[in-house]
Design a protein around this ligand. Sequence first.
Ligand SMILES: *Cc1c(COP(=O)(O)O)cnc(C)c1O
Length: 393
Amino acid sequence: MSQISAERNVKLFTPGPVNIPDRVHVAALLGSYHHRTAEFSAVLMDTLEKLAPLFGTAQQVMPVHTTGRGALEGVYRNIFTSDDRVLCCTNGKFGEMAASTLKRCGIPVKEIFPGWDTPVDLEALEKEIVEYSATGLVAVFNDTSNGIVNPIDKMGELSRKHGLLFAVDDVSALACMPFHMDEWKVDAVVTASQKGLMSPVGVSFAALSDRAWKACELNPVRDFYTDFIAIRKILAEKGETPGSTPVSLVMSVHEALNMIYEEGIENVFLRHKAISAGTKAAMEALGFSLYPLEWEQRSDSLTVAKVPAGISAKALSKKMVADYRLKFGTGLGDMGNEYIRIAHMGYCYAEDMLQCISAIECCLDEMGISHPFGKGTEAFINAYKKTKSEGTA
Ligand SMILES: *Cc1c(COP(=O)(O)O)cnc(C)c1O
């Protein structure tokens, strides 16, 4: 039986993976180099160079041959040991995942700001740092479960003041929202291929500060597979990676970066900001309530919204796929049937969101919640245009 479906693709509004542009698919097919060749090395090194401004760093960005979770675990195993004491912000599912990962690595960890409604309180954080005699801090920049954005800049300031190593998961916002690793005093940052970098799943990227590199060098139980010292060495000497490089994935990410640079990094950020503002306005107009509650904590790469009373999030999601071939995420864990998660990350433009919002209007109507048609799209257009014009003013 052929595994290639005759039906047209389902368009993705899921918070990873995201839709892949044709150019990115084609790049993977055309670049079937051996991984130890000058041709491929040139592409690899150019990819890493183009990633550095998105990380906001002058450090060497490194490829890690694994999905995001593997690279995150790799970072923890490289920069921390069982002698560390790490505070981990668990105000979202991916923050909780970070704490579980640290524990599994045998790294002492204390969970702080647990619960999905808990913003990071800087005064309380400083108190925790002192009381726990912390040596490390781990947080998610943009938690893809609840759309909370944590104040990484201020957390970086505090962790540097107290001599902590600060590791940040930027998997779901890199190339969607500005990140300034060096300026924000972050010691380790990780991203993966299938979100803002609009490529297939399977390769990740990480960058470390000088302090984090020192911790790696001193760590006697560094991981083997994601040994950053080994990756850095062979990159510097040969422009290669340890083991077989996922060439086609790197080719894809390289082409995605070409697209990002053609549009202009600042324009890419503004596009995300504007489609996010539009989507959030549309959802409110259609009777959804936005999450998180405070504006300044809200993500630009996804919209998390509680469905109107009487509607099941899972039923709405199912209907969107069945009737319109558009797929968004529903809530994670206990929030599964109450929340939807609409991603607008990576290869996503105003016309895609207009399509998604009109389809939601149609589904709601058929599910018994009627609004004048166009109520959501009108709200989108107004907020989108306003944000766009403020950004270019
Ligand atoms: C998607 C995601 C991950 C997980 O990455 P995988 O590539 O699925 O292993 C980690 N953190 C955040 C915030 C994510 O959104």
